[in-house]
Design a protein around this ligand. Structure first.
Ligand SMILES: Nc1ncnc2c1ncn2[C@@H]1O[C@H](COP(=O)(O)OP(=O)(O)OP(=O)(O)O)[C@@H](O)[C@H]1O
Ligand SMILES: [Mg+2]
Length: 162
């Protein structure tokens, strides 16, 4: 199963959710692959690596390398394709390639994992489109927000009269 964690908003907890879910599922005995599809590679450095692969997401997607792109974290059964696209060039490549938005799905479906978790950047764009198209399931974290109480006239109360 491929699960993409996405939101058009930044800083809502996507990477934390991706990493936590990955570690928990691996702990439960699932073989899990984390895919860092954010040019700011927070997920790539979330866990210490037992083995750092030669290639990352760019080679996996653009050159369709058949090996050498799976890094292993120090957590058993938890692997990673790290992000190596600091300039965000994958966005343009995906936009301009004929199969740009579906290639990630086809390539990930070839891999033998119980669960693949794709972390994305909090924005819209071709790389996010590709990650959404690849997914069997989408997860969107929504941070809790406290709304001000409403007064008798139906207007929100100010802090002073709460
Ligand atoms: N459930 C949570 N409770 C409290 N803090 C959280 C929770 N999830 C994430 N955070 C904190 O919120 C901040 C943003 O989290 P995170 O980096 O996971 O968000 P993000 O959506 O991946 O951000 P970005 O869009 O920049 O990639 C971090 O400091 C993280 O520790
Ligand atoms: Mg993030």
């Amino acid at each position: 199963m491929i699960i993409t964690i996405c939101s058009t908003k930044g800083g809502v907890g996507k990477t934390t959710l991706t990493a936590s879910l990955g570690a928990i599922l691996a702990d439960f005995g699932r073989r899990v692959l984390l895919v860092d599809a954010d040019p700011q590679p927070t997920l790539s450095s979330f866990f210490s690596l037992a083995h750092q692969a030669e290639y990352g997401l760019v080679e996996f997607l653009v050159q369709t390398e058949s090996s050498g792109f799976i890094s292993r974290t120090e957590i058993e059964r938890l692997d990673l394709i790290y992000s190596n696209d600091p300039e965000g060039q994958l966005r343009d490549w995906i936009r301009d390639a004929v199969d740009g938005r579906v290639r990630l799905k086809h390539l990930l479906n070839r891999l033998d994992y119980d669960v693949i978790l794709v972390d994305t950047q909090g924005a819209v764009g071709p790389l996010q489109d590709a990650a959404v198209a690849a997914a069997d399931l989408l997860l969107t974290p929504i941070p809790p927000k406290f709304f001000p109480p409403v007064n008798s006239s139906g207007a929100p109360s100010t802090c002073s009269n709460v």
